[in-house]
Design a protein around this ligand. Structure first.
Ligand SMILES: Cc1cc2nc3c(=O)[nH]c(=O)nc-3n(C[C@H](O)[C@H](O)[C@H](O)COP(=O)(O)OP(=O)(O)OC[C@H]3O[C@@H](n4cnc5c(N)ncnc54)[C@H](O)[C@@H]3O)c2cc1C
Length: 480
């Protein structure tokens, strides 16, 4: 998003739903930052190597599995298609700023694909060199799916919002799981392990960088909606220091979508750092698993080694006693769909590739009155949301729009209860996996988002922004 002809800053982000009401996203642009990232024990797995356990992917699923296996005394090798993200670029920083996407920002694209594509009539995307960058905007026929690429997976690029689902909603989604154990043991353990913390409400009420969120609160409450504070893995004490001018800025510089150079606890600082400390976990970045087949003593895993241009520089076969698929909802589904269709991995059940949802994501902006400024300084870390799930099927994150100028815009990323589910299928002609999500299915989510924003607009006498997702387009309905 950074057309050099534009003087302002802009950006965007996305998030996820689970079954609750949590989102997390961002839009940001900024200035300075700093590097502070614990490198994992990275290597390049050898052709013909044998490992007891191989984990595909180094996001949340892979990192937690690696740590617990290592703590149980088992040696683990993680295979990650993205980069290690442990080396500063020529500007001295590991991660690019959201306002100035560069070679580091996108996964093998030659043009950026920013969630907020336009601003005040200007298209924001720009050409970038093709590179194994941090954010994949993966295009399927009816939807663009944003994903993190690198050691740390989605934790590198996400909004860090850490939602514990409402307990009354839990049983309907996972009826076979012991809810007492989840709420007494596992959610507290995960929150502690991830470094989840809550914003100081007194500071929230006064700091310039959350004026946009306070405007969101005022409008939500005046329309009678529940307003909730959402915990985050970004260190709010660090953010206070940013605001005080004592440390390099990250959230207050708009960093997020292409990585945070400080303040945010990604998996690199939490589970992966702990896993590394066991001495039992090794990671091969820029390695992509393409096949898993049964073999004597376990599985034969085929792995492509990539250079930073995305070219395959070697194809390796490795034997693993056990294989854990933790490649994300898209990555794991694509692999399993292919392995089932080609018969490479027998015994997979008929649910493989089915039931994929879009997180119900819908974005929109509202144009406020001149007496409701949202602030020129906006923290890129979202902390609050509007909960209309039970009544209207929507939970809306009050999202930042950190352009560096006053926009009088309120931006929202909604998670909705969209019932549509898509299916992955193997396309033997192209040798790729397709997804049959249909753009029109987003209408269900739009209707749920409208349950919140039509009401607020009526109450406030305001209108939707039409300049953020195209030309005269209200809804960001093309992504998750
Ligand atoms: C922009 C953005 C904002 C978000 N905001 C929030 C938020 O605020 N709160 C929240 O709870 N959630 C948020 N999410 C969602 C959250 O990040 C994901 O739900 C989470 O990362 C999923 O974890 P995972 O372990 O399943 O997969 P991932 O974290 O996606 O990890 C999978 C890893 O596997 C790798 N991989 C894939 N295929 C292969 C292969 N064949 N070989 C080798 N490696 C492979 C990938 O590169 C990736 O690193 C956001 C996501 C995005 C993209």
């Amino acid at each position: 998003m950074s057309d050099p002809s534009l003087p302002t800053r802009r950006s965007a982000g996305v998030s996820r739903r689970g079954f609750i009401a949590g989102t997390g996203s961002i839009l940001g642009l900024g200035l300075l930052s700093q590097t502070s990232h614990a490198a994992a024990a990275t290597t390049s797995i050898g052709n013909g190597e044998r490992v007891p356990v191989l984990i595909i992917g180094s996001g949340y699923g892979g990192s937690v599995a690696a740590l617990r296996l290592a703590q149980a005394g088992i040696d683990v090798h993680m295979i990650e298609m993205g980069k290690a993200w442990d080396t500063p670029g020529s500007d001295g920083k590991i991660f690019a700023n959201t306002k100035t996407p560069d070679v580091r920002s996108y996964w093998l694209r030659t043009r950026t694909k920013q969630p907020i594509s336009n601003f005040l009539g200007f298209p924001l995307d720009k050409d970038v060199p093709r590179h194994t960058g941090i954010l994949d905007a993966e295009d399927f026929s009816g939807i663009t799916v944003y994903q993190g690429r690198g050691v740390g997976g989605g934790s590198l690029v996400n909004g860090g919002m850490a939602v514990t689902p409402k307990r009354e909603r839990f049983g309907a989604i996972l009826p076979s799981v012991d809810a007492d154990e989840m709420y007494d043991v596992y959610y507290p353990r995960a929150n502690a392990g991830l470094g989840v913390n809550e914003i100081d409400r007194a500071w929230f009420d006064t700091t310039d960088c959350y004026q946009y969120a306070r405007v969101g609160r005022k409008h939500a409450e005046r329309s009678g909606f529940d307003f909730v504070y959402v915990p985050n893995v970004y260190d709010f004490n660090y953010m206070k220091q940013e605001a005080a001018g004592n440390v390099p800025r990250s959230a207050l510089a708009g960093e997020i979508l292409y990585g945070n150079n400080a303040g945010k606890k990604s998996l690199q600082q939490t589970y992966l750092a702990q896993a590394k400390a066991t001495g039992r976990v090794t990671i091969s970045p820029l390695h992509r698993v393409t096949s898993v087949t049964p073999a004597s003593g376990g599985y034969t895993v085929t792995i492509e080694q990539l250079d930073t241009g995305g070219n395959v520089t070697a194809t390796k076969t490795v034997t693993a006693g056990k294989v854990f698929f933790a490649a994300g909802s898209v990555g794991t589904s694509k692999l399993l769909t292919k392995l089932k269709a080609t018969g490479a991995l027998p015994g997979l059940n008929g649910e493989v590739g089915k039931g994929w949802g879009d997180n119900g994501n819908i974005m929109c902006g509202r144009a406020n009155h001149m007496w409701d400024p949202t602030g020129s300084l906006q923290s890129s870390i979202p902390t609050v949301g509007i909960d209309n799930w039970d009544e209207g099927g929507a939970f809306a994150e009050v999202a930042p729009l950190p352009t560096g100028i006053e926009t009088y815009a309120s931006l929202y990323l909604s998670v909705t209860n969209n019932p549509h589910r898509a299916q992955f299928s193997w396309n033997a002609g192209t040798g790729k996996v397709d997804l049959n999500w249909q753009t029109s299915w987003k209408q269900a989510g739009i209707d749920m988002a409208k349950s919140v924003f039509d009401k607020i607009n009526r109450k406030e006498g305001t209108i939707y922004r039409t300049d953020l997702f195209g030309v005269y387009k209200i809804w960001g309905d093309h992504l998750t």
